[in-house]
Design a protein around this ligand. Structure first.
Ligand code: SAM
Length: 283
C-alpha cells in the first residue's frame, strides 16, 4: 500500500527531531514542495495517498535534511519580509532576526527623500532589496566579497525588480571614490571561529565566510565600524546586527569612532542583537 500524507509527515517529523527545532514544519514544507501544493493542502487531504514518485522524492529530501541540509537550500527559497528569495549554499539562509535590522532601518528612512544606503555583506541581498522595495526613492548599493553571493543577490533583485547596485568588494574597499551614505547597514559574520555554536544545527552546511570573521568574532564589526566615518554623510547612521554577547564591545567601538545616540534593540528572543549609532561629524 502506498504512503499517505499524514503517515509520511509523522515519519519524517519523527526523524527530524534530532536535527531540527521545527521538525513538523520542516516535514510539511518538504512534502508540500514534492506535491507542488500549498501547506494547507496537507491539512485538507491528510489521507491522500502519495504517488510512488512523490514518496521517493520526499524520502530523498528527508535524507538530505538529516545530513543536515537547511530546508531553505532543499526548497531553493526562503521568505523574508513577505517576499520570496532564491537561496543556495552560496549564501547564508536569511534569518527572521534580520527583519529587526530592516525595521530599524526603515524607521530611519523617510519615504519622500532619496537617501543613499549601503548594505555591507549582502549575501542573498535580502536587506538591500527589502529597503529598496520599501523605500523606492532610496539609492541603494550593496557589497559582498563573495562572487557567488553577488550572483544570487542580483538574481533576487531581478526577481523583485529592485534597482540595487551590487559591488564585489572587501567591505568598503571597492566602493566608488568619494562615496558617502546617509545609512550603512550590515549583518556581518560575528561568530568566533572556535565557538561550539558553529557545529550546531544547520550551521555546518552554511558558508563559513558568512558566519565567522576570525578568532574573536569581532573582526568584521571592527572594520565596518572603524571605517564608517569615512563613508557617512553628516548625521549619517550605522545599524549593525551582532551576537547577543557583543552589545558592549559594539557600543564601545561606536563610541570610539564618535557615534552618539547609541542604542541596542532586542530580538524576539529578548536578546540584544541590533545596535544603532548616529554620526554628527564624519571624517
Ligand atoms: C551573516 S552573512 C549576512 C548575509 C545577508 N546580509 C543576510 O543578512 O542574510 C554575512 C555576509 O558577509 C559577507 N562577507 C564576509 N566577509 C566579507 C568581506 N570581507 N567583505 C564583504 N562581505 C563579506 C559574506 O559573504 C556573507 O554574505
Amino acid at each position: 500500500m502506498s504512503e499517505q500524507i499524514d503517515t509520511a509527515l509523522g515519519w519524517a517529523s519523527g526523524r527530524f527531531e534530532a536535527c531540527s527545532e521545527s521538525p513538523r514544519l520542516d516535514a510539511e514544507l518538504l512534502l508540500a514542495h514534492c506535491l507542488e501544493k500549498p501547506r494547507s493542502f496537507l491539512y485538507t487531504w491528510p489521507q491522500q495517498a502519495l504517488s510512488e514518485d512523490c514518496w521517493r522524492q520526499f524520502q530523498d529530501l528527508v535524507k538530505r535534511r538529516l545530513q543536515p541540509t537547511p530546508v531553505a537550500y532543499l526548497l531553493g527559497t526562503r521568505e523574508f519580509f513577505s517576499l520570496e528569495y532564491a537561496t543556495t549554499p552560496a549564501a547564508l539562509v536569511p534569518r527572521p532576526e534580520t527583519e529587526l535590522l530592516v525595521e530599524l532601518a526603515l524607521e530611519q528612512i523617510p519615504g519622500d527623500a532619496p537617501l543613499r544606503i549601503c548594505d555591507l555583506g549582502t549575501g542573498t541581498g535580502v536587506i538591500a532589496i527589502t529597503l529598496k522595495k520599501q523605500r523606492p526613492l532610496a539609492i541603494v548599493c550593496a557589497t559582498d566579497v563573495d562572487s557567488g553571493c553577488l550572483a544570487l543577490a542580483r538574481e533576487n533583485a531581478a526577481r523583485h525588480q529592485a534597482e540595487v547596485d551590487f559591488i564585489e568588494s572587501d567591505w568598503y574597499q571597492k566602493l566608488p571614490a568619494g562615496a558617502r551614505f546617509d545609512l550603512i547597514v550590515s549583518n556581518p559574520p560575528y561568530v568566533a571561529a572556535e565557538h561550539p555554536f558553529l557545529a550546531q544545527g544547520d550551521l555546518p552546511a552554511e558558508p563559513a565566510l558568512a558566519l565567522t570573521p576570525g578568532s574573536s568574532g569581532l573582526e568584521a564589526l571592527e572594520v565596518i565600524i572603524s571605517r564608517a566615518p569615512d563613508f557617512l554623510n553628516p548625521g549619517g547612521i550605522l545599524i549593525l546586527e551582532h551576537g547577543y554577547d557583543q552589545q558592549a564591545p559594539v557600543a564601545r567601538l561606536l563610541q570610539e569612532q564618535g557615534f552618539d545616540q547609541i542604542r541596542c534593540e532586542f530580538d524576539h528572543n529578548d536578546l540584544p542583537r541590533t545596535s544603532i549609532g548616529h554620526l554628527s561629524q564624519p571624517r
